[in-house]
Ligand binder design. Structure first.
Ligand SMILES: Cc1cc2nc3c(=O)[nH]c(=O)nc-3n(C[C@H](O)[C@H](O)[C@H](O)COP(=O)(O)O)c2cc1C
Length: 827
């Protein structure tokens, strides 16, 4: 009797012809994604809860109005008849014999819908590939609906089938007699070639409307891998989402599905069910998927393994094993029902857990190695199983899928893209970087500042040796100049905190890292961000595997009502919203400033919801005129962690930032420390300490201005204010009222800071940016970069800070011509 799904796979491999086995098992390209699917589950560590009286757990779930015996379903897989002559008939009967869960029947099923509908009383869903000839798709849908199918699963990741190297090497053709039972015509023997002529490659989101126009059944989309697409799908009105990379058979290099699940679940926010497939091979994998936000998991290849191993009985065996493993894991983890499963159940494994010999047979990729390798072991075991020691290559080839997912995160890629565009078109006027204007910098200033600080140390009674030590040695992790920073905060900002509550950091970016690392204790903790959002904080969260939930700004910035709704929704999902990140003054990227009443309301809300506020405010002291009181200055009960930077007020090359963390921390021994103490401890493992030379330079600037950065920056702030005013003037000149409305152009009018945002009548993506840079020699930033969960597709960010008036005038006039050229076809 088989005790694991791996044993069914082993039996199947023995029974199937090697090219058929390869057709089933293979993935596209180098099979990185195929490996990533299972690797993601292997990295998971479960965190059980004991003494919960959960010995007879109930695995039932309710999805789309139907109760399923378990959070499981059969993924759509073409031609079950290739594994067993009874094909889908045996699958439906075998599944029903083990559990009342749905079977998704492929467009390319080997048995007819009508006979399957008669076979058993479990929900059947139809997987839809949308064909070039829509009448074929419509016919399939109508037949399935008439037969009693209950839902449609539209596959959206396959304009054509992926490059599956095993099939190409094997010259794979479907064996004689293997045909789609519900499609007429021919040319099916080579699935990849057929997909190129049969599938509609030009689909867009309107296909969902079309499908809805031909059927009343609920529609799920299968093949979603990003939060942004999940949002588009919900906006298109789908009834469910299947997180899937087609079992690694389409675009190789996309992440494992479990890795992207939290982002998608957060984006969907419980509005529709989220299902997942790819690499689910054990009951505990189902638990992991549910813990990270799925409502159920779909099983692909193992169903074919069961079929090949024993037809109907084999499929029943696969689902029996999965169900046994699932209920066993639930009982041992202290979970009485599926609703008890939440993010607290999972953590990353300290090192990848090895399957104790229960892994799938692995098939090495590459022409030199025979297909159908029989090594039974994990990815880590594979080299020794297939390559003799003496032949082992000396080079260490790392796989992207083995690196942290942030390495391949599209956000990191977009920033590179922006840098590249700027370098590739050096003659272009660039409104992209948020840099300070260089006209006020003088090299000698730096020496003057450092001298000033050293004199100050001497005046304080330090001996020449002590002064020397201060500059040459490592220094305290928390920083040398905390006292001066505290004085300056008091003088300039009305923020009254003791020096001990401050940690000096390497730029504000390190301050964000330290605060996030210390506050976010486990996978259940969520960071809320006002969206659009500065990428530094979302990037830091990504690197630290911290879940982010976006709270959309309205025209006036963060809305407290939206924040409260987001907090309550997260709590309902079993997560702990820990802190909200805001840039209240002249925000990067939107340019919006939070009014005083909103600041008060935010602090009141944070107290009521027991939430911390991360305040990041680098543009206050470089903006003209009086500023709205800082959140930290209004903070009476230490809710606000203030993140500071001297990049704009002194100079960015110093890389000096700081964090004010005056929150008391209760220690196990009854004593109390400050959060800042703990941030300094973590810092000692990151950058050890902030460069004393850089601290000296900033301290000198603080001393020279009597702690008043506002005074130091009077001229600079006036300059930036003037640059912003002039940019707005140029925009108004280029887009006079009337013309502006006709084109669909509008912008906001920030009173300070470096950024403003412009609504444009075209999709402001990388392609548009590259065209604009090349043909019109002007560069801007797509606002979509700043929406962690999608949005901003018709908005651009303009940075006005470091350009001269001549550049601004030239740049805005070029931009106006580009916008007109983009709007022209629609006009
Ligand atoms: C042999 C085979 C055929 C497949 N045929 C289809 C199909 O017709 N339609 C579809 O949407 N997905 C198809 N898939 C993808 C599966 O629905 C599913 O996404 C994938 O198999 C899940 O990964 P797993 O095999 O690791 O469980 C197929 C997968 C395999 C292995």
């Amino acid at each position: 009797m088989e005790l694991t799904l791996a044993e069914f796979a082993w039996l199947a491999q023995k029974r199937l012809d090697p090219p058929v086995w390869d057709f089933i098992e293979g993935g596209a390209g180098e099979e990185r994604t195929l490996a990533a699917n299972t690797a993601a589950f292997d990295r998971i560590c479960l965190r059980p809860s004991v003494l919960r009286g959960a010995d007879s757990p109930d695995p039932t779930v309710k999805i789309l109005g139907r109760t399923w015996d378990a959070p499981l379903a059969v993924a759509p897989v073409a031609y079950h008849t290739i594994a067993h002559p009874e094909g889908e008939l045996a699958t439906v009967r075998g599944t029903a014999a083990a559990a009342g869960v749905p079977v998704v029947i492929s467009t390319f099923a080997g048995r007819t819908f009508e006979e399957l509908a008669q076979a058993a009383d479990i929900p059947l869903w139809l997987q839809v590939y949308c064909m070039r000839d829509r009448s074929i798709t419509r016919g399939l849908v109508e037949r399935a609906e008439n037969a009693g199918f209950e839902a449609l699963v539209l596959t959206v990741d396959a304009p054509h089938l992926g490059r599956r190297l095993r099939d190409l090497r094997n010259g794979f053709r479907l064996p004689p007699g293997i045909l789609p039972a519900n499609l007429a015509g021919d040319g099916f023997a080579e699935p990849a070639a057929h997909s190129r002529t049969g599938f509609d490659p030009g689909l867009d989101w309107s296909v969902v409307d079309w499908l809805r126009s031909v059927s009343a059944l609920p529609i799920l989309v299968k093949g979603i891998l990003t939060g942004a697409d999940a949002i588009r799908a919900t906006e298109a009105g789908v009834d469910g989402i299947v997180v899937s990379n087609h079992g690694g058979r389409q675009l190789d290099g996309v992440p494992g599905t479990l890795d992207v699940l939290p982002e998608i679940a957060a984006a969907v926010g419980g509005r529709v069910p989220v299902l997942l497939d790819g690499g689910v091979r054990r009951g505990r994998d189902v638990l992991a998927a549910l813990a990270l936000g799925a409502d159920a998991a779909l099983i692909g290849r193992p169903v074919l393994h069961g079929l090949a191993a024993g037809g109907e009985e084999g499929v029943k065996g696969v689902f029996t094993v999965l169900l046994d493993e699932l209920t066993d894991a639930m009982a041992l983890a202290g979970l009485k029902t599926v609703t008890d499963i939440g993010p607290a159940l999972v953590g990353p494994a300290p090192h990848p857990l090895r399957h104790g010999g229960g892994a799938f047979p692995t098939v090495p990729v590459g022409p030199a190695v025979p297909t159908g390798g029989t090594g039974r072991g994990t990815e880590a075991d594979r080299p020794s199983a297939t390559v003799p020691d003496g032949d082992r290559p000396h080079r260490t080839d790392l796989h992207l899928s083995d690196l942290h997912a942030s390495v391949a995160d599209p956000v990191m890629g977009t920033m590179n893209f922006l840098n590249e565009v700027t370098l590739r078109y050096p003659r272009a006027v660039s409104f992209a970087p948020g840099r300070p204007y260089a006209g006020f910098f003088e090299t000698e200033q730096i020496f003057g500042y450092i001298r000033r600080y050293l004199d100050h140390l001497a005046e304080q009674g330090n001996s020449p040796e002590q002064v020397r030590e201060t500059l040459f040695q490592y220094g305290p992790s928390a920083g040398l100049i905390r006292g001066l920073i505290a004085e300056s905060l008091r003088a300039d900002e009305g923020i009254d905190v003791p020096p001990e509550s401050i940690v000096v950091t390497v730029g504000c970016q390190e301050a964000m890292f330290l605060a996030l690392r210390a506050l976010m204790a486990g996978p259940q903790d969520v960071l809320l961000v006002s969206s659009p959002c500065y990428v530094g904080i979302t990037g830091a969260a990504r690197l630290l595997d911290i879940a982010v939930t976006a709270v959309d700004e309205d025209g006036t910035g963060l809305s407290c009502a939206a924040l409260e709704a987001a907090v309550l929704a997260e709590r309902a999902r079993g997560r702990r919203p820990r802190a909200v990140y805001v840039v209240p003054d002249h925000s990067n990227p939107s340019g919006v400033t939070m009014p005083l009443e909103t600041r008060r309301a935010l602090l009141e809300l944070a107290a009521r919801l027991d939430l911390l506020v991360l305040e990041d405010s680098p543009y206050r002291q470089v903006s003209p005129g009086p500023q709205v009181t800082a959140l930290k200055a209004l903070d009476r009960d230490r809710r606000v962690i203030h993140l500071g930077s001297y990049a704009k007020t002194v100079f960015p090359g110093a890389r000096i930032g700081f964090v004010v963390a005056d929150q008391p921390v209760r220690e196990p021994d009854g004593g109390t420390t400050l959060l800042a103490d703990h941030l300094a401890t973590i810092k000692s493992m990151v950058t050890v300490n902030t460069s004393p030379l850089s601290q000296a330079a900033v301290a000198g600037a603080l001393l020279e201005s009597g702690g008043r950065l506002s005074r130091l920056n009077e001229e600079t702030a006036a300059y930036y204010g003037e640059a912003m005013r002039f940019t707005l003037e140029c925009l108004a000149r280029e887009f006079p009222a009337g013309h502006r409305e006709r084109l669909g152009v509008s912008w906001n009018e920030p009173g300070g800071g470096f950024f403003l945002t412009l609504q444009v009548p075209f999709r402001a993506d990388n392609d548009a940016l590259a065209r604009c840079a090349k043909e019109f020699e002007v560069i801007w930033t797509p606002m979509s970069y700043f929406y962690p969960q999608g949005g901003g597709h018709h908005t651009i960010r303009l940075s006005t800070s470091y350009l001269t008036h001549a550049d601004i005038e030239k740049g805005i006039s070029r931009l106006a011509r580009f916008i007109a050229s983009q709007a022209a076809p629609a006009a």
